[in-house]
Design a protein around this ligand. Structure first.
Ligand SMILES: Nc1ncnc2c1ncn2[C@@H]1O[C@H](COP(=O)(O)OP(=O)(O)OP(=O)(O)O)[C@@H](O)[C@H]1O
Length: 299
């Protein structure tokens, strides 16, 4: 059991909406991979197909070479936290986990171990109905960790966590990857996961728009200059051979791998008015918006 996740040509059609469209990517053991895209991009649908909760229209999603439904002991292989709302409100966090332990043939003390792991020991005896969103997220994570799985699949785990909680989550995910686990974590904010993940898979409107090392993405973002001009087309014409990407808003372009001073000089020479000329310091979110922007928005 290698724990490698392989998604290949995965497609899901809901009526007129192609929620996931010919998506392929791989997640390696020992890494944390960020699965990113704006609202409605198809992240949750993809994760649900990986977990056998939604049948693909085409393509496949496997974990360690097997479809979820074919895994002999799925709880020991994959832990998932899809949404932090499916808890029985009147049960305590500990009772909730103990019931799952019993169902999975795990000793009851495992419930307390995972509660400790997610920092929930003080709230273990309280009813879930009284938990904050962040506490429910932590309980969902505890549930995912119950079977000490090789693979973790987490949908927006940072939602509702405060900055200290996000820092804690980062450390936890890094330590799990360091222990050889495969970690796939979705988010609609690149900035939220950029310090946590090794690799990214970015989707928009169900399709992959970028995959690779987050360090490569950072290098690309860092070398861009943000230019605001009423004449972006004329500026682009004056920069032949230079990569110019659309910015996050109209009238803004991102010029890659050219110093701001050179861009300013060329703009002056061709009489293009500039309203802003800013080297972008690791503004990954701008790059993310540029990659997903034209397809953003709820479908
Ligand atoms: N069961 C369903 N029936 C019909 N349409 C669906 C269903 N599930 C999802 N969709 C549609 O598929 C598209 C992708 O939804 P999905 O929830 O996968 O996106 P997401 O990237 O997880 O978004 P978010 O960040 O908002 O959670 C949306 O247009 C959504 O309305």
């Amino acid at each position: 059991m290698t724990g490698r996740i392989v998604v290949s040509g995965l497609t899901k059609q809901f009526g007129a909406i192609r929620a996931v469209d010919d998506l392929s990517f791989t997640v390696e053991p020992g890494t944390v991979t960020g699965f990113l895209g704006p609202n409605g991009a198809g992240k949750t649908t993809t994760l649900r197909m990986l977990l056998g909760l939604v049948a693909p229209t085409a393509g496949s999603a496997t974990i360690g070479g097997l479809r979820y439904a074919d895994l002999p002991r799925p709880l020991a292989v994959v832990g998932a936290a899809l949404e932090a709302s499916g808890f029985h409100k009147r049960r305590t966090g500990r009772a909730h986990l103990r019931i799952l332990c019993a169902a999975a043939g795990l000793p009851a003390r495992r419930a307390d171990e995972v509660l400790e792991l997610v920092g929930m020991t003080p709230a273990a005896g309280r009813r879930v109905g009284g938990y904050s969103m962040g506490m429910r997220q932590r309980l969902g994570l505890a549930q995912a960790l119950l079977g000490d799985p090789q693979v973790l699949i987490l949908d927006e785990p940072a939602n509702g966590l405060d900055p200290a909680g996000i820092h804690w989550l980062r450390e936890l995910l890094r330590s799990l990857a360091a222990a050889g686990k495969t970690v796939l974590v979705s988010s609609h904010l690149l900035s939220e996961v950029e310090q946590t993940v090794d690799d990214v898979v970015i989707i928009a409107a169900g399709r992959s728009v970028r995959q690779g090392r987050v360090s490569d993405l950072k290098a690309q973002a860092q070398s861009a200059v943000r230019v605001r001009t009423p004449s972006p087309d004329r500026l682009v014409q004056a920069l032949p051979g230079v990569t110019v990407r659309p910015g996050p808003e109209p009238g803004v372009v991102l010029v890659e791998r050219m110093p701001a001073a050179d861009i300013g000089r060329i703009a002056l020479a061709v009489g293009v008015e500039l309203h802003e000329l800013t080297p972008v310091q690791s503004d990954l979110q701008d790059l993310f918006l540029a990659l997903t922007g034209s397809q953003a928005g709820v479908r």
